[in-house]
Design a protein around this ligand. Structure first.
Ligand code: GUN
Length: 292
């Protein structure tokens, strides 16, 4: 069998960010200010803290204005909603992201709905979700958007293929399935109640693992020559290192295309957040110009 292609999300993300960075000075010149991303973190979850820090760093790297609002765990829902409402009203903020999960005493759905749709860089607002499922213009959620870009980069044909997505979350599994469907894949969504999971996953030409369980996709679950995309980010309790949902060392021998963890989907999610911020900014600037 031909050698397995390993898609470096890290390299592709770097290229995407460089392309954006190259565009920003002309945009500042034209519209008078850079795109502005506001990220809110409630609480002290270490993984979330690290994600939020990276998002701020990315934004600065591409030349955006970046605001990070860190709030204590005890922040009330009302306090958070007020901050979101102020950011919604601020014409110099283009993108708002509340890092999930929020503490248990805060209603996540209310928070997501509070973000102005036109500033919803995550694509999680119900209006954006509806638009995605009705094939209308929308903000695509960053992780599945990043996966689609990786498939494209690797030259993976999607039309007519069997795609199996393991996981049915709002953030990854569901939008991922719809985006593959829109490229004319035959899509199966597998989950924790799926019977004979290995039988289902072995049908996949394209297998996307988005479960959050360390190395749960073993080599016997993968068809020879399959394209395997690993969305999982788990900490291996033995080594303390990050590893995916796919047993990489075994599956790399069997797949035709695979993504590593770390350095795979993760950096692409972040690059797509920068793209989404740019899209929201451009939409806002177009509207402003029309009103002039
Ligand atoms: N938590 C895990 N993934 C995400 C994401 O893509 N966006 C937000 N806001 N929170 C997350």
């Amino acid at each position: 069998m031909a050698e397995t292609k390993i898609i470096s999300g890290k390299d592709l993300a770097k290229k995407i960010k460089e392309d954006i960075a190259a565009r920003v000075p002309a945009l500042v010149e034209k519209y008078g200010r850079a795109p502005h991303l506001a990220v809110i973190l409630v609480g002290e979850d270490p993984a979330s803290q690290s994600y939020v820090k990276s998002k701020g760093k990315d934004a600065e790297q591409v030349g955006y204005k970046s605001t990070t609002i860190r709030l204590p765990e005890a922040t009330t829902e009302e306090e958070l909603l007020k901050i979101i409402s102020d950011l919604n009203a601020d014409s110099e903020v283009d993108g708002i992201l509340v890092q999930l999960p929020v503490p248990k005493h805060i209603d996540e759905d209310r928070v997501i709905e509070a973000i102005a749709r036109k500033k919803d860089v995550d694509g999680f607002h119900p209006a954006n979700v509806a638009a995605l499922w009705q094939k209308r213009p929308c903000v695509y959620p960053c992780t599945p958007k990043g996966v689609m870009r990786m498939l494209e980069e690797a030259g993976v044909e999607i039309e007519g293929k069997e795609a199996v997505v393991i996981g049915r979350s709002n953030i990854v599994g569901l939008p991922m399935s719809k985006m593959l469907l829109d490229k004319n894949a035959t899509v199966t969504i597998a989950h924790s109640r799926t019977r004979n999971l290995a039988e289902v996953t072995r049908r996949a030409d394209i297998l996307v693992a988005a479960v959050g369980r360390l190395r749960m996709v073993t080599a016997d679950m993968v068809a020879p020559g399959a394209v395997v995309i690993d969305v999982g980010v788990n900490r291996d309790p033995e080594t303390g290192k990050l590893a995916g949902d796919v047993d990489y060392d075994a599956v790399v021998e069997k797949a035709s295309v695979i993504t590593p963890v770390p350095g795979g989907v993760g950096p692409m999610t972040r690059a797509c957040l920068m793209e989404n911020t740019l899209e929201c900014y451009l939409e806002a600037m177009k509207k402003n110009n029309k009103e002039d």
